[in-house]
Design a protein around this ligand. Structure first.
Ligand code: GDP
Ligand code: CA
Length: 330
């Protein structure tokens, strides 16, 4: 079976672990979000690609959910002692090796697709991990100037800051007026992305952030159209349970684009493929939200309410089995 998944960081990576447990013989291609990528102290950091690679490769910090197990932060502390920003970005010592390899390879002219494959040769994640694009497409967030700058009429100036600054430094506490994916108009899907969607037996949207993970990937020209036209069923898993994100600040992202933080609203946002223009055929929601099944099905989306908390591998595998069953594949 050929499974293709779009993935952000933690939510995507953990779900994929369940997919591999459910279908160990499947050929799994993961299209990773690179909108979060950032230069930190001269190093190219790809947080979502690395979270998928480390999680599936057995190197992730189980406690933090990002970065390496058994990590130390000596370099980060030393840089802070020099007073060099950004002090808020957590670069671990082991992790830095990954970013050094990536940055050097970029400087030697390799694409992110090639570099990701090379890094995965060490981690053996059990999937083919490809970035959504090799081109620049960087998520920026429009906010009122945090330093309080105002125009001549006294209105707050709106500025664009890097997604990571909004997410990590400000913990998404300053309201977002919107998101801009800088460069996306000229970005092309990375080699293999469209083919992976076209040739899949099923396309999965894991419980990743619908706005700044999945939503970002969908903005790369050609990817949403490939989802609309593939013969494979497209099945999503809700990251919203009981009116809140299970982890993180997805509610702040949904609010910024005018959506309620509910499993129903996110299903409606993706929309039904059967109704033309939509992106999904099926949507898994948590048992807590079972009352929304009828409303989601009336949108033209097959829906089932099942436990969606990825508390351990067994629970996560059961979620993957349900997703494949909604696609009529098991
Ligand atoms: P990030 O890039 O590291 O933020 O990770 P993703 O975008 O891949 O996933 C973040 C989303 O995962 C959040 O919106 C969470 O609500 C969701 N999430 C995390 N753990 C769980 C879980 O156990 N169950 C479900 N349904 N969603 C989860
Ligand atoms: Ca992310």
């Amino acid at each position: 079976m050929k499974i293709t998944a779009l993935a952000g960081g933690i939510g995507g990576a953990r779900f994929l672990r369940g997919v591999l447990a459910a279908e160990p013989d499947a050929e799994v291609t993961v299209i990773g979000n690179t909108g979060d990528d950032i230069w930190v102290h001269g190093l190219r950091v790809c947080p979502d690609l690395d979270t998928v690679m480390y999680t599936l490769g057995g190197g992730i910090s189980a406690e933090r959910g990002w970065g390496r197990e058994g990590e130390t932060f000596t370099v980060k502390d030393e840089l802070a002692d020099y007073g060099v920003e950004p002090t808020w970005f957590g670069l671990g010592d082991k992790d830095i090796a990954t970013h050094l390899v990536r940055t050097q390879s970029m400087q030697a002219g390799f694409t992110l697709t090639d570099i990701t494959a090379a890094l995965c040769a060490r981690w053996q994640p059990g999937v083919r991990l490809i970035p959504m694009t090799d081109d620049r497409a960087e998520t920026n967030v429009i906010v009122d100037d945090p330093d309080g700058a105002a125009d001549t009429a006294g209105r707050p100036m709106q500025i664009a800051i890097h997604f990571q600054e909004w997410w990590i430094k400000y913990r998404a506490h300053i309201p977002a007026h919107g998101f801009v994916l800088v460069g996306v108009d000229n970005a092309r899907p990375a080699p293999g992305v469209i083919e992976a969607i076209e040739q899949a037996d099923v396309v999965l949207l894991p419980p990743s952030n619908p706005v700044v993970s999945i939503g970002t990937i969908l903005q790369v020209p050609g990817i949403a159209d490939a989802l609309r036209s593939t013969n494979a069923p497209v099945i999503g898993v809700s990251p919203i349970v009981g009116g809140a994100p299970v982890r993180g600040m997805a509610d702040a992202c949904l609010k910024a684009i005018g959506l309620e933080t509910t499993a129903l609203a996110v299903a409606g946002h993706y929309g039904a493929r059967s109704h033309g223009g939509g992106l999904i055929d099926g949507w898994l929601i948590d048992t807590t939200d079972a009352a929304s099944v009828t409303a989601i099905e009336s949108l033209g989306i097959r829906c089932r309410a099942v436990p969606l908390m990825m508390t351990d591998l067994d629970a996560t595998r059961a979620m993957a089995v349900q997703a494949l069953s909604l696609a009529n594949l098991t």
